[in-house]
Design a protein around this ligand. Structure first.
Ligand code: ADP
Ligand code: MG
Length: 676
């Protein structure tokens, strides 16, 4: 077997599972090796049932007590059992596994491992893994088992088995790092690392394996970045764009005054676009600092100079929101610029119409998703590309745009607070402009960290805010085990909440599995205050701007990274009303408290990032991904800041000494997988 072998060649993989693996982006044996676990199950000793508390993943051993019951509808069957040990009894439920009634009919000792949840009827363990009879647990005890990201129809076991076969069938003896580097930084061998990341015998092996793979990932990224930089520095500016007077008038007409930081950054952008080299610029500003309006000025100025300008957003919801606000502004202030929307979910006919307008040059500002760079789009004279919350995306894609015409200016907008030292490494090829000031009319968000006993009070508080005309977000706990359960969770939560609230309060929910049109519809209705409470998974995270929303409540906040929590909090406090953020946590651990306390104390994203970095030890097993910043497969620029710095140093060394290696590296298709 070689890395390029199709997975069909593996035992147990037929046409059907091949398709399912395909959904996860796994086509070859090599893809399997690189499909790293999302986390690991640590099979600890069973704990007394009396120690069960909400949110905790634990193992219990006890006697099956009473009869196993099946209830619910055909679509959602719930199997219920009770398990009892010396310290108490715990209710256990499974979804859609009615056959368990027979499997467990014999009674006796059983061991279960799963997450403890709290429902109206009390605490229970949901959908645990079953070891029955109990002795079956012994062989698992103390081991780490990989937990893979799954898709419906594909079990964790199936993925594990396939990965095992690939590990056994492939020749892993090749070494991809030069030995000087490997030895200098004390990194594990490739062979050890790939095995160890999938099936670590213990935590030490895992740390060591992961360190090596993260290092390599960063190194490749940095090297390809450096080559981009070389390419970018000298690009002559084909689109010299001068400031149009109408833009200055527009700034004066706005209902608010730009902050000093916004004015400065706008000036930096304008100067850059009028200079003799093409712009590659990152605008960094905390959530709510007003990046959008600065981007709008750049788009408008480009269009008024007779060129096209595009803005690309990571999600359809966000693209639509930007489209509506930009088109609305242009109409209101009578800016003679045609704005069009282009997203993947538009009908073929709608797209065709957009394409025509773009190609003939009628459309001057084009707002959309990745559809902006896909196949059929031909630009007339695209001079500026703005990407929102997509980090490195824009610069890399410049090549794709450039193929279709001249080399456009690129502006990358980011709210991710990142310490300066890391920014220099990660954004080495970009000039950086910082909006380091919030609009003056903002009241600082009031925060509180509370336990689940406070939920009632929080609901009452929301009712009062809604009575005053405001709106609320609730972020539901993440369910790591499966997307299916996550969906269940959000819908259940919203339904239960609806009963709590008065009839005139509209509750809606949002999750990643919904159809685009549905999501758009809900966001639009929330924007118009036809919905007062939006229950959501973290899909809401980036960019959404509804200034009338004043309460953000985050369930299970201990399971999120601080940077992500800060992003979520950024959805409120965007208007003139006092806003509130409630971090709900069921964890009693001291570290969790300490971590959340940082958010409680400050609203400053930069401070949060550096504090988080300080508190953070070596990679934790359940890899709360801190940043979600640049989707590295394994690496996390916060958590692995030390490795990032080391890789940067190694890159310097390699560039001086090992050109042959660099040559080989640059053949890797790394950067695109990292950036997008
Ligand atoms: P972000 O930087 O998070 O993308 P936005 O650009 O969405 O923030 O701006 C947040 C809100 O602040 C928007 O409703 C916007 O209209 C408003 N805003 C932007 N600049 C100012 C300003 N100088 N004064 C008052 N409000 C502003
Ligand atoms: Mg934004």
């Amino acid at each position: 077997m070689i890395e390029q072998s199709r997975i069909r060649e593996l035992k147990g993989i037929g046409e059907k599972s091949e398709k399912l693996f395909g959904k996860l982006g796994i086509y070859t044996a090599g893809d399997l090796l690189r499909y790293y676990p999302r986390g690991y199950n640590v099979y600890e000793e069973a704990a007394p049932i009396s120690e069960a508390e909400e949110g905790k993943v634990m193992t219990v051993t006890g006697m099956l007590y009473g009869r196993v019951q099946v209830s619910g509808s055909r679509r959602m069957q719930v199997t219920t059992a009770y398990v009892k040990d010396m310290t108490g009894t715990l209710r256990i439920i499974w979804f859609n596994m009615p056959f368990l009634r027979n499997t467990l009919a014999g009674g006796g000792l059983i061991t279960l491992r799963g997450r403890v949840m709290s429902r109206k009827s009390g605490i229970l363990m949901e959908h645990p893994e079953i070891f029955y009879p109990s002795e079956k647990y012994e062989e698992k005890l103390h081991t780490l088992q990989p937990v893979y990201g799954l898709t419906s129809g594909l079990s964790n076991n199936a993925v594990s088995k396939a990965v095992k076969q690939a590990l056994d069938g492939l020749d892993l003896s090749k070494e991809t790092l030069p030995s000087e580097v490997r030895l200098k930084y004390g990194l594990a061998e490739y062979n050890y690392a790939v095995r160890g990341i999938h099936f670590p015998e213990d935590k030490e092996v895992y740390y060591h394996a992961r360190e090596r793979l993260v290092f390599e990932e960063f190194l490749q990224f940095i090297l390809s970045l450096r080559s981009l930089k070389e390419k970018n520095v000298r690009i002559a500016n084909e689109y010299v764009i001068r400031k149009n007077d109408r833009v200055d008038e527009f700034i004066k007409e706005l209902p608010f005054r730009l902050t000093r930081a916004q004015t400065r950054v706008w000036q930096e952008i304008a100067d850059n676009m009028a200079s003799d080299t093409v712009m590659s610029r990152l605008v960094q500003g905390d959530v709510g600092s007003g990046k959008t309006i600065v981007a709008v000025l750049a788009l408008m100025n480009t269009a008024l100079n007779g060129y096209q300008a595009a803005m690309m957003a990571p999600t359809e919801v966000l693209a639509r929101q930007h489209y509506e606000s930009v088109a609305g502004l242009f109409e209101k202030y009578e800016i003679p610029v045609k704005v069009v929307l282009l997203t993947g979910s538009m009908t073929a006919k709608e797209k065709r119409k957009a394409y025509d307008r773009i190609e003939c040059g009628l459309a001057k500002v084009i707002i959309g998703t990745h559809a902006l760079i896909q196949g059929a789009v031909v630009y007339d004279n695209l001079a500026l590309v703005v990407t929102d919350e997509q980090h490195r995306f824009g610069v890399k894609q410049r090549e794709a745009f450039a193929e279709k015409g001249g080399v456009p200016h690129v502006l990358v907008m980011s709210a991710t607070p990142i310490p300066r030292t890391l920014a220099i490494i990660l954004y080495g090829d970009l000039d950086i402009s910082v909006i380091d000031e919030l609009p003056a009319n903002r009241l600082p968000i009031k925060n509180c960290v509370v336990d689940t006993g406070y939920r009632r009070t929080a609901y009452t508080f929301m009712k009062r805010q809604i009575a005053e005309g405001r709106q609320c977000y609730i972020i539901c706990p993440m369910v790591e085990e499966s997307e299916h359960l996550e969906v269940e969770n959000v819908t259940d939560y919203a339904r239960a909440l609806e009963e709590e609230m008065e009839d005139r309060v509209q509750v809606a929910f949002l999750h990643g599995k919904m159809r685009q049109a549905e999501k758009d519809d809900i966001m639009e209705r929330f924007g118009r205050n036809e919905i007062q409470i939006l229950v959501s998974t973290t899909v809401i995270e980036v960019g959404i701007d509804v200034p009338n929303a004043t309460v953000m409540m985050i369930e299970n906040s201990e399971r999120f990274g601080l940077a992500q929590l800060h992003q979520l909090r950024g959805r409120v406090g965007r208007g003139k009303y006092q806003s509130y953020c409630i971090f709900m946590s069921s964890s009693k651990s001291k570290e969790t408290k300490e971590r959340l306390e940082i958010l409680n104390k400050t609203n400053d994203g930069f401070k949060i990032a550096s504090e988080d970095l300080r508190l953070r030890g070596p990679g934790d097993l359940f890899g709360i991904r801190q940043s979600g910043l640049m989707d590295f497969r394994l690496g996390d620029v916060y958590q692995d800041a030390g490795i990032l710095k080391a890789a940067n140093e190694a890159a310097d060394w390699l560039l001086k000494n090992e050109n042959e290696y660099i040559q080989k590296m640059s053949e890797y298709e790394t950067i695109s997988s990292v950036i997008i």
